[in-house]
Design a protein around this ligand. Structure first.
Ligand code: NDP
Length: 487
């Protein structure tokens, strides 16, 4: 009477995933380490608490836990990302049988997952690194699950993982095979980066409404609620409406009492670092990460604000007109952010040989996860066409959308700049767009400067591409060139 799946790590994600698995008819074994000094009795508390009377078996001995699971074993780890996963794998290996499957559902770095897939396979086991998005609520009722790694494991775990995944509005599970090695965790990382971008964009929209239009929280909530009926319909817009209306026990709007200094746990930063490694622009997410960093410098900003008093005027704008422009800036910048994110996914796919299906990834994000939105349907459709667009903004549908949004978008950035109101993500997106649609950029000047001081060479417009030239700019330099590699 062996169980169908084992789950290790009974913190918020593990506990809720175990309950979700059980509710879908799976017989589940659960285990949490027992370490002196660390909270004890985690397993007992769960088994006698939320899991009471359910088809869930609790274990505090790792060997007993492993032996309780049917072959080939499927063991999902929901523990803290980093060295804990390696330690746990080392502890598990002696008890496993060939063909057993380990699934890491934590927010692991994709390079760690690359390595772990190889280590597990070298020992005759299979390994899946899977992004799981949706927080506590998703873990319990349906998450977006992005598995990648040992492909032979997919058919074994597919019914289980798809059963606990969220369902998109058309009924498809938000879980499908991503690709080999650490691709599942890479996709989850970009998902989180996009989440950073979406949140920053919504925050800027809120700020313009508040500072330039002097709207109160209820009026702003009404606008977001209205947007949530249209093309921007999404989980983050929905919760923004609820947050704006939320009052604390004292009766005031809680949002107005929350300190404007944001934290971050690293997945946004990782997205940007990896985009840089791939030499790909991901400016909107980078801006969102850096704005969180700047927001955290609250004392410095207070000091600086006294020395450069802000000059913006308030409530001098035509409200319906400006709200339309905010909408245009938000929607267009969001398009830019997703275009940048999917371009990084494509580059990673090409560089690492992952053969990612961008349309399938967009479909997996339509439910369960934090960035779920109806707009992902349009992205999935754009990448599904036979003649795949070279860039999301060049897909006919989005190209037409951007053309319609551009006047309002640039109008909004222009007004905000004039009023000295920061809209870093709206303007970063607009600058990216202008650069993207410029056949000519001043990079000729950069190449000339690089060659002038460092003999880094340049290509010429009047010669075939791929030939590199060096000029003796000063007349007294030598002819020795630097290498032409790019990092
Ligand atoms: P935590 O990230 O706080 O991880 C706590 C769990 O890890 C506990 O069960 C803990 O055991 C276990 N653990 C820590 N160190 C070790 C170790 N060395 N050996 C064995 N077990 C260890 O919990 P969450 O539930 O928040 O997250 C689990 C994973 O899911 C993380 O990778 C997280 O990034 C990811 N995730 C979290 C989301 C969220 O919203 N919270 C959303 C999506 C993914 P003990 O009780 O003994 O300390």
């Amino acid at each position: 009477n062996k169980t169908d799946i084992g789950l290790i790590g009974l913190a918020v994600m593990g506990e809720n995933l175990a309950l979700n698995l059980e509710s879908r008819g799976w017989h589940v074994s659960v285990y949490n380490r027992t370490v002196p000094g660390v909270e004890e009795g985690v397993v007992e508390r769960f088994i006698n608490g939320r899991a009471k009377g359910l088809n869930i078996e609790g274990f505090t001995d790792l060997a007993d836990f492993v032996n309780s699971i049917a072959l080939p074993r499927k063991i999902m780890m929901m523990v803290r990302a980093g060295s804990a996963v390696d330690e746990l794998m080392e502890q598990l290996f002696p008890y496993l049988s060939p063909g057993d499957i380990l699934i890491d559902g934590g927010n692991s770095n994709f390079e760690d997952t690359n390595r772990r897939v190889a280590v597990a396979e070298s020992k005759g086991f299979l390994f899946i690194g899977s992004g799981v998005s949706g927080g506590e609520e998703g873990a319990l009722n349906g998450a977006s699950i992005m598995p990648g790694g040992s492909v032979a494991a997919w058919q074994e775990v597919k019914p289980i993982l798809q059963s606990i995944a969220a369902k998109a509005p058309d009924g498809t599970p938000c879980c499908d095979w991503v690709g080999p090695a650490g691709s599942g965790h890479f996709v989850k990382m970009i998902h989180n980066g996009i989440e950073y971008g979406d949140m920053q964009l919504i925050a800027e929209a809120y700020w313009v409404m508040k500072r330039l239009l002097d709207l109160d929280n209820e009026e702003m909530a009404d606008i977001f609620a209205h947007w949530n009926e249209g093309k921007l319909r999404s989980y983050l817009i929905e919760i923004t409406t609820n947050i704006l209306r939320h009052k604390d026990k004292a009766g005031g709007y809680l949002l107005d009492k929350i300190l404007d200094s944001s934290g971050q746990k690293g997945t946004g930063k990782w997205s940007v670092i990896n985009a840089m490694e791939l030499n790909m622009p991901l400016g909107l997410i980078a801006t969102a990460v850096f704005e969180r960093s700047l927001s955290a410098q609250k004392d410095l900003r207070e000091l600086a604000s006294r020395q450069f008093p802000n000059k913006h005027t308030q409530a001098v704008y035509n409200k319906p007109e400006l709200v339309k422009e905010i909408y245009a800036a938000l929607y267009a910048s969001k398009l830019v952010s997703y275009a940048q994110g999917f371009a990084v996914l494509q580059k990673a796919s090409d560089s690492f040989g992952w053969n990612l299906d961008l349309s399938s990834i967009a479909r997996m994000w339509r439910g369960g996860c934090i960035i779920r939105s109806i707009f992902l349907n349009d992205i999935a459709a754009a990448f599904e066409t036979e003649d795949k667009p070279k860039h999301l903004l060049l897909a006919p549908y989005f190209r037409d959308e951007i053309k319609g949004l551009l006047p309002g978008w640039k109008g909004l950035v222009e007004q905000a700049m004039r009023e000295e109101l920061p809209v870093p993500a709206f303007s970063s997106a607009l600058n990216y767009f202008y650069s993207l649609v410029s056949a000519d950029l001043p990079a000729n000047m950069i190449q000339a400067q690089r060659d002038y001081f460092g003999a880094h060479t340049f290509e010429r417009k009047d010669e075939l591409r791929g030939q590199f030239f060096h000029e003796n700019w000063t007349g007294h330099g030598g002819n020795t060139k630097s290498g032409t590699y790019n990092v």
